[in-house]
Design a protein around this ligand. Structure first.
Ligand code: SF4
Length: 407
């Protein structure tokens, strides 16, 4: 097939499959969908709906208006210690703290890099599970005082499960298996902590707020659908019922759980869907992204296309570039062909991610020349493409590197 510019980019060369199996035969991890049931975290104010919050304060013998007062402290001012809220009756403060504000995530360690504009935090959950989040500031002008900084943006990458059951062989998180689903409160608690850090002004670029949230930390977000949707609501509900962030600033990624993508489409929310595709052909994707043995590339792309059509939000195709595994121009052409086959109305964009090798991994990032050839091929086909910068690489804080280990 010829590209739109008339040249024949798809060479007749067959697609190259890896010379060796990607996971050791007989040692592949199983796909795990049902999270092991472990002790649930305590219910937090975040976990309650607006109506439930009103009922909850009434149950404590407080008048209904206290619910909004509490929400203002928490969601508007990022205050998390009710014992310091002097506009609450003294007798009620301890009760409110104990009943609704358990510590859901406890910082265990923090690593910073990129001149302190990337911060990775390891959190311990109530049962000892470990998860991570990464806060990244963009647009900070070195040498400029904080009060003269403009265009500084902050993106937070959060976890939605402790571990992950999707078993992608190149991913540090996947190799540890799934420990459990996180609750809505635990997911949003990562955002709250980032808001506190940013509003304090301690990071370069001055005081700010979280502008974008990506569900690309540990876990497959759509495998923990209910809690993730609860988190999207708590993050985007207008203040004081939620954090009031624009839904357009939220990205949910998935390896391709087709029924859940369809469910998300039906919600009609203007959030961005990111598909971790990583290979355009089923032969390779079956190995690289084992969920492909259930939902094939075409099914995933059809569901993604439907999502874009319904929500009018451009879908992002995430593609990790692994040297000599999935980075051949033939694969770029096949990817372009499959995306183009679904129409040319700007529904999709490809984001290439140089692999961040994890310790002991046999794979590494593509050669720059192969990466450039891949980009060129997609561009020749008229597919919008970007190469993600690998922020956080030196602290293992980039995609597929969140292993949640104590160092
Ligand atoms: S790449 Fe994503 S879906 Fe695959 S194992 Fe890692 S965290 Fe899970």
């Amino acid at each position: 097939m010829s590209a739109p510019d008339g040249r024949n980019h798809a060479s007749t060369k067959p697609l190259v499959l890896p010379a060796e199996p990607l996971a050791d035969p007989g040692k592949e991890l199983p796909l795990v969908f049902a999270a092991p049931r472990r002790g649930k975290p305590a219910k937090h104010w975040i976990d309650l709906s607006t109506e439930e919050r009103v009922q909850a304060v009434k149950d404590l013998g407080l008048p209904a208006f206290r619910a909004q007062q509490i929400s203002k402290h928490f969601f508007e001012r990022f205050e998390t210690d009710p014992t310091t809220w002097s506009d609450l009756p003294k007798a009620a403060r301890e009760q409110v703290a104990e009943r609704f504000f358990p510590e859901l995530v406890t910082p265990m360690s923090e690593q910073r890099c990129d001149g302190d504009t990337t911060v990775k935090t390891l959190w311990r959950l109530h049962d000892g599970s470990l998860v991570e989040s990464v806060l990244m500031r963009y647009g900070v002008k070195r040498g400029l005082p904080d009060d003269q900084q403009s265009h500084v943006r902050s993106t937070l990458c959060i976890s939605s499960q402790a571990g992950c059951g999707m078993a992608c062989p190149f991913c540090a998180t996947g190799q540890g298996g799934l420990q459990r689903n996180m609750s809505t409160g635990e997911i949003v608690a990562q955002v709250m902590k980032a808001e506190q850090v940013l509003s304090s002004g301690e990071l370069p670029g001055g005081a700010g707020q979280v502008n974008n949230i990506v569900f690309m930390g540990m876990g497959e977000p759509l495998a923990n659908y209910k809690a993730v949707m609860g988190a999207v609501r708590a993050i985007s509900d207008p203040t004081p019922d939620g954090l009031g962030m624009s839904k357009r600033g939220i990205t949910v990624s998935t390896v391709g759980l087709v029924p859940r993508i369809e469910q998300l489409t039906a919600e009609g929310l203007p959030i961005t869907l990111a598909i971790s595709l990583h290979a355009p052909d089923d032969e390779l994707r079956d190995e690289l992204v084992p969920i492909n043995t259930r939902y094939k590339v075409d099914e995933v792309l059809d569901a993604a296309w439907d999502y874009a059509k319904t929500t009018k939000r451009r879908v992002s195709i995430e593609y990790i570039m692994i040297k000599d595994i999935n980075d051949q121009p033939e694969r770029a052409a096949l990817l372009a062909k499959r995306l183009k086959a679904r129409g040319d109305w700007g529904w999709v964009h490809v984001n290439l991610i140089p692999l961040n090798p994890t310790p002991g991994s046999k794979w590494t990032a593509s050669r720059k020349s192969d990466e450039q050839a891949f980009v060129k091929t997609l561009e020749n086909w008229g597919i919008p493409v970007t190469v993600r910068d690998t922020r956080g690489q030196e602290i293992d804080g980039a995609c597929g590197q969140l292993a949640a280990t104590l160092k």
